[in-house]
Design a protein around this ligand. Structure first.
Ligand code: ADP
Length: 158
């Protein structure tokens, strides 16, 4: 059984993330969306909210959402996963993503990273852009799934 993990902060989840989730779920038997809890980043949304927002979306049946802290490879071992999925937007993502992929391979020899290029329409999209737009009550259409708009704005709008 091919079990893959798609890790990230998802602060909040965007249409770009959802697109990666749906495409990866077609390739692997099971896809675990791993929501990172104790990253160095300060998140705008609690880990519970970040998980809840992803779970609110209509996800393929073979997708599970789990939060984790500590080392990603340990989380993968706990879940019998040896495949990592990451999205690539621009060349600027590439260097950092390769570094992470090499480190994870060093820590877990049978771990392989699969990159999915972003859908063209989401190439400019990031969680930080979404937070900025939400803060000033901008239109989130096409950036974040509809069912999350009010939740995100309630939390962030100034
Ligand atoms: P991290 O803090 O690990 O970068 P993110 O939540 O920002 O977590 O992103 C998680 C993953 O989703 C990363 O692989 C990132 O490159 C990818 N990603 C982010 N935005 C998009 C997008 N618009 N299209 C495709 N992939 C994306």
């Amino acid at each position: 059984m091919k079990i893959a993990v798609y890790p990230g902060s998802f602060d909040p989840v965007t249409c770009g993330h959802l697109d990666v989730i749906k495409r990866a779920a077609k390739v692997f038997d099971k896809l675990i969306v791993g929501v990172l809890v104790n990253s160095e980043k300060e998140c705008a949304f609690s880990s519970k909210m970040r998980v809840d927002m992803i779970e609110k979306l209509s996800l393929p049946q073979n997708v599970e959402v789990i939060s984790f802290d500590g080392l990603l490879v340990n989380f993968m071992r706990e879940n019998n996963a040896n495949i990592l999925v990451r999205g690539l937007r621009a060349v600027s993502d590439y260097e950092y993503e390769c570094q992470i992929a090499w480190i994870n391979k060093k820590l877990m020899a049978n771990c392989d990273t699969f990159f999915i290029p972003t859908a063209e329409e989401y190439a400019y999209l990031s969680s930080s852009i979404v937070r900025e737009i939400a803060r000033y009550n901008g239109d989130l259409t096409g950036l974040v799934p509809e069912e999350l708009h009010s939740l995100i704005k309630d939390k962030l709008e100034v």
